[in-house]
Write a protein that binds this ligand. Structure first.
Ligand SMILES: Cc1cc2nc3c(=O)[nH]c(=O)nc-3n(C[C@H](O)[C@H](O)[C@H](O)COP(=O)(O)OP(=O)(O)OC[C@H]3O[C@@H](n4cnc5c(N)ncnc54)[C@H](O)[C@@H]3O)c2cc1C
Length: 511
């Protein structure tokens, strides 16, 4: 039930992903009457999960699934809201299985037997795993420019924006353009195939930071015990506990900016087709770039060119996730119990082995992340969301599509592991390329000065109280931490809030 004020709140937040719910909670607590409007029937956006098919209550993450020891805001907020999480066993880098150019080998074998690697690499790359080579190359590029590998997010941001290579700022380069002096072509192919991500169109410093701070050998990971959705649901409860409202199944279709002193007008459409209008003095758009494009936004004509340029400063990265459940963790016979992922130049590219069955029981879960463009092109068209379980009905738009994806994935798993793969007990496909997301995560385009764009995006038209937040325009756009810290900056800078008492003092909030 919506109360009367919900039709004329102080602030409307569009989008109930982690950023929108966080904005709603912080602003409502500070005394604003907040309405959060979400087009999906559920909250969470890219952090929402689902129940394992056929196992009600057992969580399955389809987007965000972990955070790192550097993610101060996620962790402090989870502690404050009493959302349980656990540290994952250290990544078994030596156990990582590779299947590249038709050859199978382990990371731990490479140093002792460099010829296992089927690439004719130069002396600098011989005996190095792709992860090690990545680290070497980044260190060499930075060293040539007189810098060392940064140890903190704040230092990374300095390097990304201030470091110069050949007289040009680092952020003007795409990543692979910066490494050509340091890699022969075979080493380049090895690094690119063995890395699992294709991110050539991201700016150089960002790829470096993502690789080392997100996937480096020193990184420690945490997962929410009850799925990432437990964080999202705790946030929703926090919004509502303080009197805020969250409307799901309600899409914001249009936004009309008023004259000075008037309220912003929003046109809403509910899942059933019913339309309604809401007005508010302030509007927070907590949605990714594709969703901004889809909305009929009444952007002031004078601001349109720079708005368009800013919105397009980040690339939407297409991601398809396929998650499979098996009665037994059959892969442990091949990769052992320590391995957390395998990498291949086959279209599946990356396989993550989750340890849920050891912690909570139930099926053994394996997640295939088709994260790069060549993988995505192989598997699409794919349904936005579909799932199947043995003995049950298929839930999704096109059974043939799902069956085809399932067969392709199993065939590639067989080749990657060199063993028979049993039939899965269930399978889920989530293609984040569909609207309103347009991609799973985002990366800054070469040539865009992120700190400037990020500040402009938080308040794109200074004459209007319209704000944008979320992970896409943060300094770490592939992480929930980016979504939260970017939103915390917004509420501090533009709504006058002070840092919450549960957040460690002087927590760095990025650009
Ligand atoms: C496969 C995958 C794996 C990931 N893994 C991790 C991970 O392990 N750890 C991590 O920290 N991050 C991870 N991420 C990134 C993380 O999920 C995102 O950075 C974060 O969830 C983004 O939150 P957000 O609130 O900014 O945006 P979103 O989650 O995109 O939320 C936007 C919300 O707005 C809604 N919306 C859009 N348009 C409208 C409209 N017109 N009207 C109303 N509502 C609208 C959408 O439905 C959505 O709910 C992953 C992402 C993907 C896709």
């Amino acid at each position: 039930m919506s109360s009367d004020w919900a039709h004329a709140p102080d602030v409307v937040v569009v989008g109930a992903g982690v950023a929108g719910l966080y904005a709603g909670w912080r602003l409502q607590r500070a005394g604003h009457q907040v309405l959060v409007v979400e087009s999906a029937r559920h909250v969470g956006g890219r952090a929402a999960g689902m129940d394992v098919p056929g196992s009600p209550g057992r969580p399955l993450d389809l987007g965000a699934m972990r955070f790192t020891s550097d993610h101060v805001l996620v962790r402090a907020m989870a502690d404050h809201l009493a959302v349980p999480y656990r540290q994952l066993a250290a990544t078994g880098h030596a156990d990582t299985l590779f299947y590249l150019r038709g050859r199978r080998f382990r990371a731990g074998e490479i140093a002792g037997d460099p010829d296992r690697v089927p690439y004719d690499v130069g002396p600098d790359a011989r005996g190095r795993t792709p992860d090690e080579l990545f680290e070497d190359v980044i260190a060499r590029v930075l060293d040539k420019a007189g810098a060392v590998v940064p140890g903190t997010r704040r230092d990374w941001n300095r390097v990304k924006e201030e470091l110069e290579l050949g007289g040009r700022p680092l952020f003007e380069y795409g990543f692979w353009n910066t490494v050509s002096d340091h890699l022969d072509l075979e080493s380049y192919a090895y690094l690119r195939d063995g890395n699992g991500y294709d991110c050539n169109n991201w700016s150089a410093g960002e790829v470096m930071q993502t690789q080392l701070a997100g996937f480096g050998r020193a990184v420690r990971y945490f997962r929410f015990r009850d799925g990432t959705r437990s964080l999202v649901h705790a946030l929703r409860r926090a919004v509502e506990a303080h009197g805020g409202q969250v409307w799901t199944g309600t899409e914001v279709r249009g936004v009309r900016l008023p004259g000075a002193g008037q309220r912003i007008e929003l046109s809403l459409r509910e899942t059933g087709g019913e339309t309604r209008e809401v007005t508010a003095p302030a509007l927070v758009l907590a949605v990714p770039p594709r969703a901004l494009d889809l909305m009929d936004l009444d952007v002031p004509a004078v601001d349109l060119p720079s708005w368009r340029q800013d919105v397009e400063s980040v690339v939407s990265h297409r991601v398809l996730r396929v998650v499979l459940g098996f009665a037994e963790p059959w892969w442990e016979d091949v990769v052992g119990r320590g391995a957390t992922r395998s990498l291949t130049d086959l279209p599946i590219r990356q396989v993550y082995y989750l340890d849920d069955h050891r912690v909570t029981g139930g099926d053994a879960v394996l997640s295939v992340a088709c994260n790069d463009d060549r993988a995505y092109d192989f598997f699409t068209p794919a349904p936005a969301f579909a799932h199947w379980r043995r003995g049950g009905a298929l839930d999704g738009p096109d059974p043939h599509q799902l069956a085809r994806i399932g067969q392709d994935v199993i065939a590639q798993l067989r080749l990657l592991h060199g063993t028979a793969v049993p039939s899965p007990t269930w399978m889920v496909v989530r293609d984040w390329g569909h609207d309103p997301f347009g991609g799973g995560y985002h990366g800054w385009r070469p040539g865009r000065r992120g700190s400037h764009v990020a500040a402009r995006m938080r308040r794109p038209w200074p004459r209007h109280d319209v704000f944008v937040c979320g992970s896409a325009y943060s300094d770490i756009p592939t992480w929930m931490e980016g979504a939260l810290s970017n939103t915390e900056r917004l509420v501090q800078d533009h709504f006058g809030l002070t840092s919450p008492d549960w957040l460690p003092p002087a927590t760095y909030l990025g650009w």
